[in-house]
Ligand binder design. Structure first.
Ligand code: TXA
Ligand code: MG
Length: 315
C-alpha cells in the first residue's frame, strides 16, 4: 500500500471503514487509553507479519492482543485465578496479562513470536472498544511507532512516522494515560512484572502479594532467546540443499519442488507469516536436522534470521 493513510474521525462511518480495513487484512492505527496502537487482525498471519515489517523491528518481539472483555480473552488463553482477580479489579484498562496460549486458539503464531504464551489486554477506551465490536476480531497491536522511537499519543505522531503501509489512522485526540500498559506474566507460580506501565505495581501487589523481582523478569523477557520456541532438531542455516536425512525448509524460486517453502515467490512477508508453523511442522520426531535455505538479510528478513540464529545457537 503506497498511499498515505487516511485520517478518519471516530464516528460511525469512520469506525466502519477502519473495522472493514482490519477484516480485510490491512493495518490501521487507533487510539487506546494508553498510546496509539498499530493494529491488525490477530488471526491474520500476514497482516501481523506486516506489523513487524513496517515497525522495522530487527527481531520478533511478541505483540499484545486486544480483546473486548475477559470472556473474549478466554478464547485465546488458559485463564487462571490471578487473571480473574486482576481482571475484576483493573479490567478493562492499562494492564496486559501474559497467559498460556490455548491449544487451537484462532491466533497468529507470529503474534506470540513463536512462544506458547499470549499477552491479552481489554482496552478501556470507547474508540478501541468500538473497533473491537464492529470488526469482530481480536486486534494485535504494538505501539504505533517505528522500532526504537517513542510511543505516539496523538494521531499526528502516527501520521509523521508512517507515511505509507497503513490503511488509516482513527483520530481520537490525545491518549488519556499516555504511557503503555503494565505487562504482567501470569504463567509462573508468582506474577512477574515484565513492563511497568499504566497500572502501578504497588496497586497490583495489594491483590497479588509481592511481584517477582526484576531479575526474574529479565530472564523471562522476550527477545532474550531462552524462552522462545526452539526446534528439537538441529538447524543448519544458509543451506543450498538438503543432505541425506535432513528436512529442507526452502525459500524462493530455487527451492526444489515438493520442499516446504516459506515463500516460493521470495516474498519476505509471506515467509515471516509461515516461519513458526513450518518450523514446527518440520520438527517431527526422527528429524535430526532442518536445513534452511538463505533468507535475505534485509527488512523483515533480519528478524527471521535473528530468530533462526537464536534457535541454531541453542543447540
Ligand atoms: O499500552 C500498550 O500496551 C500499547 C497499546 C497499543 O495497547 N501496546 C504496546 O505494545 O505497548 P508493544 O508491542 O509496544 O509492547 C508489548 C510488550 C512488549 O514489551 C512485549 O515484549 C510484551 O508486551 N509482550 C507481548 N506478548 C508477550 C508474551 N507473550 N510474553 C511476554 N511479553 C510479551
Ligand atoms: Mg512499543
Amino acid at each position: 500500500m503506497a498511499r498515505p493513510p487516511v485520517l478518519l474521525r471516530p464516528d460511525g462511518p469512520g469506525l466502519e471503514q477502519a473495522a472493514g480495513a482490519l477484516r480485510a487484512g490491512e493495518l490501521i492505527a487507533f487510539p487506546t487509553e494508553t498510546v496509539y496502537g498499530l493494529g491488525a487482525d490477530a488471526d491474520d498471519e500476514k497482516a501481523v507479519a506486516r506489523i513487524f515489517q513496517i515497525k522495522g523491528r530487527p527481531s520478533f518481539n511478541p505483540l499484545i492482543v486486544h480483546v473486548r472483555n475477559a470472556a473474549h480473552a478466554k478464547e485465546f488463553c488458559i485463564w487462571n485465578d490471578s487473571a480473574e482477580t486482576l481482571a475484576q479489579n483493573f479490567g478493562p484498562g492499562a494492564l496486559s496479562l501474559v497467559l498460556p496460549r490455548r491449544g487451537g486458539a484462532r491466533l497468529s503464531n507470529l503474534v506470540s513470536a513463536g512462544l506458547d504464551t499470549v499477552a491479552l489486554r481489554v482496552p478501556d477506551q470507547a474508540i478501541a472498544q468500538a473497533l473491537l465490536a464492529r470488526s469482530g476480531v481480536a486486534i494485535a497491536a504494538p505501539s504505533a511507532n517505528p522500532s526504537g522511537a517513542v510511543s505516539p499519543t496523538m494521531a499526528a505522531h502516527v501520521a509523521t512516522s508512517f507515511a505509507k503501509g497503513i490503511a488509516c489512522i482513527v483520530d481520537g485526540g490525545a491518549c488519556r494515560i499516555g504511557l503503555e500498559s503494565t505487562v504482567l506474566d501470569l504463567t509462573g507460580p508468582a506474577p512477574v512484572l515484565l513492563r511497568p506501565g499504566g497500572v502501578s505495581a504497588e496497586d497490583i501487589e495489594i491483590l497479588t502479594g509481592a511481584l517477582a523481582d526484576a531479575e526474574a523478569a529479565t530472564i523471562k523477557s522476550p527477545g532474550m532467546g531462552d524462552r522462545h520456541y526452539a526446534t528439537k532438531a538441529r538447524l543448519r542455516l544458509n543451506a543450498v540443499a538438503a543432505e541425506a536425512g535432513e528436512a529442507l525448509l526452502g525459500f524462493g524460486a530455487s527451492a526444489p519442488d515438493g520442499a516446504l517453502n516459506l515463500s516460493a515467490q521470495g516474498d519476505i512477508i509471506e515467509a515471516a507469516a509461515n516461519l513458526f508453523a513450518y518450523l514446527r511442522r518440520l520438527d517431527a520426531p526422527g528429524t535430526q536436522t532442518i536445513a534452511v535455505m538463505p533468507i535475505p538479510e534485509s527488512g523483515l528478513g533480519r528478524a527471521i534470521n535473528d530468530r533462526l540464529r537464536r534457535a541454531e545457537n541453542r543447540q
